[in-house]
Design a protein around this ligand. Structure first.
Ligand code: PAF
Length: 279
């Protein structure tokens, strides 16, 4: 595996490669990330993985400074997963001058759900992903469905800028207890770790009810919020929406079983977890 740190070295590394699949990450890699690498390998061409904790997508009170940086362990895991190029820039390498040009996704998609609770988050994500796309020029890019709204925003960005990149959504990697793999699971105490799978279980209960014909979306969202609160969580939202644009479905769409998704964000102690299930 070739490890490069600067955009210049990255350009040289990808110059003669065709059909690259890119997997952008912020490092602190776990099995969920490795399943993204596996999916990338299945596309057949060389795989490039980026590891960069992107300051632009963190709010002033978020965990940018404490976000785990685990370069050596990440490099070993990527090498073992058969990744061809690891791009691990420093902040100065990625943003040698302040990043004044930004990609601003529309408020209708980026100002709701995660974007409502983390203002500016998706501007930071879209900007760094656009920069990575320009630097690597991949034909495919893999994003986990765990960050469902992020995946949708990147899909729309690629459509609107007519980028010749196929966006591949990877299924959520869960433990046997249903807990979605996340770098932030590492912040949980043993007790919180035992509680964490209930986020998935509560969403699954709502999904089962929808599949069984319950069409009262508002009541199901409230039921899930109440169930989380009763267990000591502080939920930001539980939202059942259309998969395509993350807007509230009409009663007719629910009745016709249009593709929906239930998404949630909730705090357990100081740690904020997100999860979702496609319906
Ligand atoms: O999902 C992430 O880890 C990040 O948001 C991404 C896509 C690597 C951009 O920094």
């Amino acid at each position: 595996m070739k490890v490069v740190h600067t955009i210049e070295a990255l350009h040289a590394a990808v110059r003669d490669l065709k059909n690259i699949t890119l997997v952008p990450t912020m490092g602190n890699l776990h099995d969920g990330h490795i399943s993204l690498m596996r999916l990338a390998k299945q596309q057949g061409g060389p795989v490039a993985a980026s590891v960069f904790v992107n300051r632009l997508q963190f709010g002033p009170n978020e965990d940018f400074d404490t976000y785990p940086r685990t370069f050596q362990a990440d490099a070993e895991k990527l090498e073992k997963a058969g990744v061809d190029i690891m791009f691990a820039p420093s902040e100065k390498d990625m943003y040698p001058v302040p990043q004044e040009y930004r990609v601003i996704p529309p408020d209708s998609l980026a100002g709701i759900l995660e974007g409502y609770f983390r203002p500016g988050f998706f501007n930071g994500v879209a900007t760094v992903v656009m920069k990575l796309f320009c630097a690597v020029r991949p034909v495919n890019a893999v994003f986990g469905k765990k960050d469902y709204q992020q995946l949708m925003i990147i899909r729309r960005m690629v459509e609107q800028f007519a980028l010749p990149i196929k966006i591949i959504g990877a299924e959520i990697h869960r433990g046997d207890n249903g807990l979605a793999m996340s770098s932030r699971n590492g912040y949980l105490s043993a007790e919180q770790l035992a509680e964490a799978p209930n986020l998935y279980r509560i969403l699954k209960t709502a999904v089962d009810q929808i599949r069984a014909g319950n069409q009262d979306i508002d009541a199901l969202e409230k039921q899930a919020m109440d169930a989380l609160k009763a267990r000591g969580w502080v939920p930001d939202y539980v939202s059942i929406c259309r998969q395509y644009n993350l807007q509230k479905p009409t009663a007719n769409e629910v009745a016709k079983k249009e593709p929906l998704v239930i998404l949630a964000a909730a705090k357990i102690g100081d740690t904020r977890l997100i999860d979702n299930i496609e319906i």
